[in-house]
Design a binder for this molecule. Structure first.
Ligand SMILES: [Mg+2]
Length: 232
């Protein structure tokens, strides 16, 4: 009998809220847009709502845009809607460039050491994320693609967590059976309920301290305890 070194044969890993957080530099955004303001100076206070609503629309609707071209069109439309809400008149490409420049993807401090350790244990990591078709580029810009066996993004598959199709695709790509996978994520519904409904163990990364999730096999405040949990 082969002795297993870990409880699992693969890790499925969520992105936003699990290994990084998305931030928006509203102040920088407002500064970039200042030359285009129609109704007097734009303030950070007035811009914060519309700018974050723009991120919300992106999260809600990117699944409909399954090619880079389609996503680019959607981003231009979204930037126009935001500009209108802000009382700003600028060419669409300027608006999308500013939006792209002022969004940032920030690794949680323990993410890299934990991914290093999982890799050194020989555990393949598959990204399973509700994200637009450019997820690969975001992870590449962070220098992270080395950590991942493959990257499964909802907009590429056409199905978002918690629906089973995206997990099924990750199982197909990894060739690992559901009972040998640990899905790690921060969202009680998309990650924990989603994975659990397919018989995949789920680890709840409870960064807000909401408390244990009844369906999760483990709940932790950040990723630090993950290697020890999967080791035994
Ligand atoms: Mg998440």
């Amino acid at each position: 009998m082969v002795r297993r070194l870990a409880k699992y044969d693969a890790i499925f890993l969520d992105v936003d809220g699990t290994i990084l957080w998305v931030d928006l530099d509203v102040e920088g955004y407002v500064g970039d847009l200042a030359p285009y303001s129609k109704n007097g100076p734009l303030t950070v206070e007035a811009a914060t709502g519309p700018v974050w609503q723009s991120v919300g629309r992106h999260i809600a609707e990117n699944i409909k845009h399954r090619s880079e071209e389609s996503l680019a069109g959607f981003k231009a439309d979204n930037a126009r809607v935001t500009a209108q809400a802000l009382g700003v008149e600028a060419p669409p490409d300027v608006l999308t460039q500013i939006a792209d420049r002022r969004i940032s993807f920030n690794p949680f401090a323990e993410a890299v050491p934990v991914m290093e350790e999982l890799r050194s244990m020989g555990l393949p990591i598959y990204i399973v994320s509700n994200w637009d078709v450019l997820l690969h580029e975001v992870l590449e810009d962070l220098g992270w693609t080395y950590y991942f066996e493959d990257i499964i993004a909802s907009a590429v598959v056409g199905v978002e967590k918690p629906e089973r199709g995206i997990f099924d695709e990750a199982l197909r790509v990894s060739g690992v059976s559901p009972d040998r996978v640990l899905h790690v994520g921060n969202d009680p519904v998309t990650d924990i309920e989603g994975a659990s409904s397919l018989g995949i163990d789920a680890a709840f990364i409870d960064r807000k301290g909401d408390g244990e999730h009844p369906l999760a096999v483990v709940s932790m405040l950040d990723l630090s305890g993950l290697p020890d949990f999967v080791r035994s």
